[in-house]
Write a protein that binds this ligand. Sequence first.
Ligand SMILES: O[C@H]1CN[C@@H](c2nc(-c3ccc(C(F)(F)F)cc3)no2)C1
Length: 330
Amino acid sequence: DKGSAAAIPINEVDIAYVTPVTIGTPPQTLMLDLDTGSSDLWVFSSLTPSTQVRGQEIYTPTKSSTSKLLSGHTWSIRYGDGSGSRGSVYTDNFTIGGLEVRSQAVQTALEVSSSFTQEQSLDGLVGLGFSTLNTVRPSSQLTFFDNARPNLDEEVFTADLKYHATGSYDFGFIDSKKYTGNITYTAVQQSPGYWTHSLSGYSVGSGAFQASQISGISDTGTTLLYLPTAIVTAYYRQVQGAQNSQYYGGYVFPCSSTLPTFTFGIEGARFTIPASYINYTRISPTSTTCYGGLQSSSGLGINIFGDVALKAAFVVFSGTNPPRIGFATK
Ligand SMILES: O[C@H]1CN[C@@H](c2nc(-c3ccc(C(F)(F)F)cc3)no2)C1
């Protein structure tokens, strides 16, 4: 089996990407955020209090002839930005891009935090981390990828996220039309459940490549690139007027600044993030101060290779044993 679906930016600065999925019989279509940094598949539902639903599509299990309550099971999750949700669990038929999983655990929200309520074009998440991270209790559930794996032509899914444009997620195959050159793979350390791997180093603009192993997670659900403070200060030292603002919670600079590119290594390969990806957004619609797409990871306890980095490459998440992750130029 295989599947292919769009990854659509939900706003003009690519804060997140959503993908159309169908749940149940007859199919109910929702737009979900595929997140390699978590492993719960949850949706806004008919069980979500209406005061917490603002424009989202909802999944109504009672309208599906193939839904089954997973009785006595609950879940509760907190994301890196402090947002969260919790609820109950059904199983139902679940499809992404023509790839169907029968009786996928679909976690129905009984409560969502205000930032989810405010994000009206996002109807939930599909966790594509390792199933060990799943929060359903008393028995944890498998991700869509883990359920689909036995039937996939190849045990992979790929992410082709794009800057200010629609990209794609593919399941079960590697589309050679979506990248150039070779795919460079590197080892993944799957505990505690993230796609954890190392960069082989970095360079700023036309500067020399600094070889150093930088461990972190490739996380499609995180918007920005978070790296050690030493690297981030070296980058913004090249930007006139840049400063690390307590007020804005990170590096800001004049929107008119000329930013250098940022290059990261995967083994012997090099991937360059265009300056435009790092000139992330104005701090407010009329401001001339901009917020950087590269920020320090010091407060997070982990380096996160989020969309700002991932959209500079074609990324292969390989569920082989042992798992590995591959990057190619596109
Ligand atoms: O926890 C880590 C796992 N991957 C990262 C992630 N974060 C979100 C997220 C999505 C949407 C929202 C909201 F809509 F704005 F509320 C909030 C957080 N999705 O994946 C962080």
